[in-house]
Write a protein that binds this ligand. Structure first.
Ligand code: SF4
Length: 451
């Protein structure tokens, strides 16, 4: 499913949907809610006083020589009020017209999303970028791996721009290319030649990476006969991999791998966890010999916050509540929920409910607050009572948006994300395998199923 441009009626009241507003109210003592950290009340340039990629940034891939590093945001943008920044963004957009497309991820702060042409998950947004070959620039208000994927799927002359280079993904960072290469070498010691099929035509291991990984990791997977998955095609992709190999190496998110394989009947004993900081991942040769899915020790710090106790509390407070969680949540949480699914699934479930319904949602708070504001016929709330957005996504601020857009007006491309040619080829191959793994009727749905 490709995304349509946003219409006015799809845009909620920015204040209702604003996590920043909720955090400011907590800081001012005007709200009894709690936040996981008050650091987020600060502007990103105060939060990250050292210019650079910063903690949580997607550093798993090799930064091409000459690629820009995040420098200090000029003072005029840091001093500007929210109203002035919004006006400057709108003015730059009006000047640029069709030359630029602005994409906003579901988890992005509302003050940025209000300026987006499209709002969606990472793969939907890459699809939106692909649908605009006339645009010279794509301003991707998400995180680093998403901008890389958009670069892989957009035209060679289109510049994909990440407004703040420090907007990485801590999950993507948990599998660096060096760690994955090292793991692969150690697995070869256990299983022998990893490229050699056995008598039944199956190789020892097929690598599968979640979309939430660096381009370098996608390239690794492409070079080694593997494939990319999203949060709702993970089962199809695992079936594809099991048709080609004895077992799967799944990274970086252990929870998506475990939840998916568990639903396919793979036992916990057949899913050893690989710790990249230990020899043989901290597993015995016997454990690895019996493995069906080797799970990388990665997780999303946002989705790991959801608990079974929160679900019990929601059921106690709201009898009949419909609990939907993202499959990046731990397995006990997925088991205790009524449903689990990707961000696109969660949004669809709420929008398609015909009767007024109470929804308790286990995913990132910016999306939950926006869905609540867009669907006043329902009661929609986040399972986690603490306001805790994705802090790396949060580094995109209207100040950075204004800076990159005004740069384009002045003829200067700032913060371009470009995947090097040697990585891009195999990374695209891994993405193409994912699309081809789908039955033809479902192939277009692949555009709607990332995190
Ligand atoms: S929500 Fe989790 S997986 Fe998504 S960008 Fe943030 S840290 Fe990464």
């Amino acid at each position: 499913m490709t995304l349509s441009p946003l219409t006015f009626t799809e845009r909620p009241d920015p204040l209702d949907a604003s996590v920043d507003h909720a955090l400011q109210a907590i800081a001012a003592g005007e709200s009894a809610d709690q936040a996981c950290t008050m650091d987020l009340v600060a502007a990103p340039w105060d939060f990250d006083p050292e210019p650079g990629y910063g903690p949580g940034a997607s550093m798993g891939d090799v930064i091409p020589t000459g690629a820009p590093r995040q420098g200090e945001l000029p003072q005029e943008y840091r001093d500007a009020s929210a109203e002035e920044l919004a006006e400057r963004v709108q003015a730059a957009r009006a000047t640029l017209g069709d030359r630029v497309v602005v994409l906003g991820h579901f988890y992005q702060r509302e003050e940025v999303v209000v300026h987006a042409d499209y709002v969606g998950d990472s793969f939907q947004l890459a699809g939106a970028a692909k649908a605009h070959p006339e645009a010279e620039a794509i301003v991707f208000c998400g995180v680093h791996f998403m901008a890389e994927t958009a670069d892989l799927l957009s035209g060679p002359d289109q510049a994909v721009i990440l407004p703040n280079l420090a907007a990485g993904c801590s999950m993507a960072d948990m599998a660096s290319i060096d760690e994955v290469e090292e793991c692969w070498e150690q697995l070869a010691e256990i299983y022998g030649d990893l490229d050699a099929p056995d008598a039944e035509g199956l190789v020892p291991v097929v690598p599968v990476t979640y979309m939430n990984s660096s381009a370098a990791i996608k390239g690794f997977v492409g070079r080694h006969g593997g494939i990319v998955c999203t949060s709702s095609n993970a089962r199809t992709v695992l079936e594809w991999a099991f048709a080609r190999g004895r077992r799967v190496l799944f990274f970086p998110d252990q929870h998506l791998g475990r939840n998916t394989a568990k639903a396919m009947g793979v036992s916990e004993q057949q899913m050893p966890l690989w710790n990249p900081h230990q020899s043989l991942g901290g597993r015995s040769a016997d454990e690895l010999a019996g493995a069906r899915v080797i799970l990388w020790h990665g997780f999303c710090s946002v989705h790991r916050r959801f608990t079974v106790d929160q679900i019990a509390q929601a059921r106690a407070d709201h009898p009949g509540v419909r609990v939907i969680v993202h499959p990046e949540c731990p397995a006990p949480v997925v088991d205790a929920a009524d449903e689990s699914g990707s961000t696109a699934y969660i949004r669809r479930a709420i929008e398609e409910a015909t009767e007024p319904t109470v929804f308790a949602i286990g995913t990132e708070i910016n999306l939950v607050k926006r869905l609540a504001a867009q669907n006043p016929q329902h009661t929609v709330f986040c399972l986690d009572p603490v306001v805790c957005p994705c802090s790396t996504m949060y580094r995109i601020h209207p100040g950075y948006m204004a800076w990159v857009l005004e740069g384009l007006v002045a003829g200067e491309v700032r913060n371009r994300i470009q995947v090097s040619a040697d990585v891009a080829g195999p990374a695209r191959l891994a993405l193409e395998r994912m699309l081809a793994a789908k039955p033809p009727a479902a192939a277009s749905a692949a555009w709607g199923n990332a995190s």
